[in-house]
Design a protein around this ligand. Structure first.
Ligand SMILES: O=c1[nH]cnc2c(O)c(F)c(-c3ccc(F)cc3)cc12
Ligand SMILES: [Mg+2]
Length: 215
C-alpha cells in the first residue's frame, strides 16, 4: 500500500486507466476519489465547467496555479490545440513528482510543463526564464489566500492582456472572499459566477471567471 494518498491515486490510475488516454486518466481519478478516498482535484462536476471555459477560450498559453496530482492539467491539456502549452506551478515537490508521472501516463507531457516552486517567485520569472509573453487562460486552484496577491502579480508582470481569462476554483468552499471582492469591484474584469459543488461532495462550491479588460 503506497504511503501517501497521492501515490495511491497514481497507482490506481496506472493499474486501471488506459495509458495515453487523458480522458481515461481523468475518469479513473474521479472514480477512485469518489469511491475510495476523497482528494482535492477540481473533480467531474466543476471539471465540466472548466472544460467549457477552456473550449470557449481556446487558449495557446495556459498557466495553472496548483498542480497537485495533475488532474486538472490533464483535463485542460486534453482540450488544447497542437502547439499550445500549459505551465503548471506546484510548490510541494512530492505532489509535483506524482503529477509528472500522471501527466506522462496520460500522454500529455508534450503540452505540459510542471514548474516547481511558489507562485510569488515563479510568476515574476515567467517572461525571462520561461519565455512567456502573455497567458491566455489561468486556472487558479492553489491556496485561496494567495488568489488576490497572485492575480495582482499577473497584472503587474503584464502577463495578462485584454481578453485573458482567469478561472478560480473554490470561491465558495474553502472560499476566496477577497478575490471575489477584488475582481468584481476593481473595474478591470468582466466576472461570471458558476455555482457548483465541492468535488466528490454535495457541499456547495463555485468557480468564478474573470475576463481581463486591460489595465
Ligand atoms: O487547498 C486547496 N487547493 C486547491 N483546491 C482545493 C480544493 O478544491 C478543496 F476542495 C480543498 C478542501 C480541503 C479541505 C476541505 F475540507 C474542503 C476542501 C482545498 C483545496
Ligand atoms: Mg480546488
Amino acid at each position: 500500500m503506497a504511503q501517501r494518498l497521492e501515490e495511491r491515486i497514481l497507482e490506481y490510475v496506472k493499474q486501471h486507466a488506459a495509458e495515453g488516454d487523458p480522458q481515461s486518466v481523468v475518469d479513473h481519478i474521479d472514480k477512485y476519489c469518489s469511491q475510495n478516498e476523497w482528494a482535492m482535484h477540481v473533480g467531474d462536476e466543476k471539471g465540466l465547467i472548466l472544460d467549457q471555459v477552456v473550449k470557449e477560450t481556446n487558449p495557446t498559453i495556459v498557466l495553472e496555479l496548483g498542480t497537485y496530482c495533475g488532474y486538472s492539467a490533464t483535463r485542460i491539456a486534453r482540450l488544447l490545440k497542437p502547439g499550445s502549452r500549459l505551465l503548471t506551478v506546484e510548490m510541494n515537490p512530492e505532489n509535483a513528482a506524482v503529477a509528472k508521472q500522471m501527466i506522462q501516463f496520460a500522454g500529455v507531457q508534450d503540452k505540459v510543463e510542471i514548474l516547481e516552486g511558489s507562485t510569488e517567485v515563479i510568476i515574476p520569472s515567467l517572461k525571462t526564464k520561461y519565455g512567456v509573453d502573455r497567458v491566455d487562460f489561468v486556472f487558479i486552484d492553489h491556496f485561496s489566500e494567495r488568489y488576490t496577491a497572485d492575480t495582482k502579480l499577473l497584472e503587474e508582470c503584464q502577463l495578462i492582456k485584454k481578453g485573458s481569462v482567469l478561472l478560480a476554483d473554490n470561491v465558495v468552499f474553502p472560499g476566496a472572499p477577497d478575490f471575489l471582492e477584488y475582481v468584481r469591484t476593481c473595474g478591470r474584469y468582466d466576472c461570471t459566477y458558476y455555482p457548483s459543488h465541492l468535488e466528490y461532495s454535495d457541499k456547495l462550491d463555485a468557480l468564478e471567471k474573470a475576463v481581463f479588460k486591460g489595465p
